[in-house]
Design a protein around this ligand. Structure first.
Ligand SMILES: *Cc1c(COP(=O)(O)O)cnc(C)c1O
Length: 453
């Protein structure tokens, strides 16, 4: 009769050629623990009667191989974004420019002047990087880069308004996505939230009234992925800033997207720019590095030097500081703007600038290559919490398939995975968000799916 004693031992298995190959591929400690876990599972199954025959060496090691494969399977993979959503938050927002990638690569490979003063040969500060470029670009007195914009907002409020009143309009108490709620972040910073106005209307007199009591800040938050239309009023930022300054109160603006460029150029509505906020008299402006700016994940804080000095010294600044790759990447992306080459170099701006005719040409080339599909009109969107409801006319590759859900799933199982969308049982691919160097892989992926189905 078979008993568990017939199961090969770890030592026996390790003597085999197959185990040696596994060790070469996965390393000894990981292979050992996978062999042990495989044997444990077999014992449990055998004891419970769900298997009656014990596997031989080869089969045990084949199961070990599968287990090892599952253990090291990467979860963060590059994908082809054919959805037409340019700043797709779930797909990693902005793809980076070549110069940005090179800059990040360079500081990662070796040592750098992250916190080192070359002139003096002593410790320097990481807070100086990109400051000069941001000063030149925006005219701000001072700047600092942190890990992301959520932490930028938290840091500014903590440094300038802890235990103090912060006035904000109810029309701006929004949730941005990923659980980032403006009122919650304000509370987290220790600021005392003072809500004024109503959801659709806030008047200058509401601000005036709230300023009767000693306050630290007026905050303005960009509504991002939310739009209020119809019977609405909101005072001009300039008027709010004037009022605040007369009362000795500062104004911070959480711009979210942080466009340095006028998006109206691409036929979209005008997104408030960083420069406009400063020109309106705002004292501190925060925005993201990986939204409309088109760089790596970062939070950028710019504004008055005395306030920025306070922000930089706050203990939370250390907790949310940017790492060297982020600093190198943001600097390289900002440099594109400074050198007036942003539209030529920054991928998301190139995507926005594509004309419908150019997009159509790409769809037609895909159809020739695939030998199927048709060109249809559609819309691409910006995404990333910017410009809600705004879209650009585009052309799409449309493929008729039997089961769109099944087809989309097969597309996601390709290497690299392909993310597309479906309307009325047609699968739609938007060339606008497919990087030129991914076109070959996209077409191979689509052909594979037709063969698999
Ligand atoms: C996106 C956004 C944030 C959060 O920025 P992250 O860079 O994602 O941390 C904060 N405020 C506003 C208004 C936003 O749009």
């Amino acid at each position: 009769m078979t008993t568990l004693r017939d199961l090969p031992s770890v030592d026996e298995l390790l003597q085999t050629k197959t185990a040696a190959e596994l060790i070469a591929r996965f390393g000894r400690p990981l292979t050992l623990s996978a062999i042990r876990e495989t044997l444990d599972k077999i014992r449990v199954r055998f004891s419970s009667g769900s298997i009656t025959v014990l596997p031989l060496h080869d089969l045990v090691l084949a199961q070990t191989d599968v287990l090892l494969g599952e253990w090291i399977k990467p979860t963060l993979l590059p994908v082809i974004n054919a959805s037409g959503v340019i700043l797709h938050t779930n797909l990693g927002r902005a793809p980076l420019s070549d110069a940005t990638i090179r800059a990040m690569d360079m500081v990662s490979r070796g040592y750098s002047t992250l916190e080192y003063d070359l002139q003096k040969g002593v410790r320097g500060s990481r807070l100086i990087h990109a400051e000069q470029i941001l000063q030149k670009l925006t005219g701000a007195e001072s700047a600092v880069i942190v890990n992301n914009n959520a932490s930028a907002v938290l840091l500014v409020l903590s440094a300038l308004a802890n235990r103090k009143r912060v006035i904000i309009s109810r029309s701006q108490l929004v949730e941005i996505g990923g659980g980032f709620r403006i009122p919650d972040v304000m509370k987290q910073s220790g600021a005392k939230l003072v809500e004024i106005g109503t959801t659709n209307k806030v008047h200058l007199s509401d601000y005036e009234e709230a300023l009767q009591e000693q306050s630290a800040l007026i905050m303005r938050a960009h509504r991002s992925n939310f739009k209020i239309i119809g019977f609405t009023t909101e005072p001009e930022l300039r008027d709010i800033a004037d009022l605040a300054h007369r009362a000795g109160v500062f104004v911070m603006d959480d711009l979210g997207s942080g466009a340095l460029y006028d998006t109206a150029k691409y036929g979209l509505i005008h997104e408030p720019t960083v420069q406009e906020s400063l020109a309106a008299g705002v004292d501190v402006v925060c925005f993201s590095g990986d939204k409309l700016l088109g760089g790596p994940q970062a939070g950028i804080i710019i504004g008055r030097k005395d306030l920025l000095d306070k922000i930089k010294k706050h203990p939370l600044a250390r907790a949310v500081r940017a790492d060297k790759t982020c600093l190198a990447g943001v600097t390289a992306t900002l440099l594109h703007y400074l050198k007036d080459e942003a539209e030529r170099e920054i991928p998301i701006l190139k995507m926005m600038a594509l004309t419908p005719k150019q997009v159509k040409g790409r769809v037609e080339a895909w159809i020739r290559e695939l030998g199927r599909g048709e060109v249809v009109e559609g819309q691409s969107t910006v995404g990333g919490g910017s410009l809600p409801d705004e879209s650009f006319p585009t052309f799409l590759l449309s493929l008729g398939v039997e089961s769109s859900d099944k087809f989309l799933k097969r597309l996601r199982m390709q290497n690299p995975p392909i993310v597309a969308r479906t309307v009325n049982d047609k699968i739609l691919f938007d060339p606008r968000t497919v990087l030129p160097e991914q076109e070959g892989a996209l077409l191979v992926g689509i052909k594979n799916v037709f063969e698999e189905i």
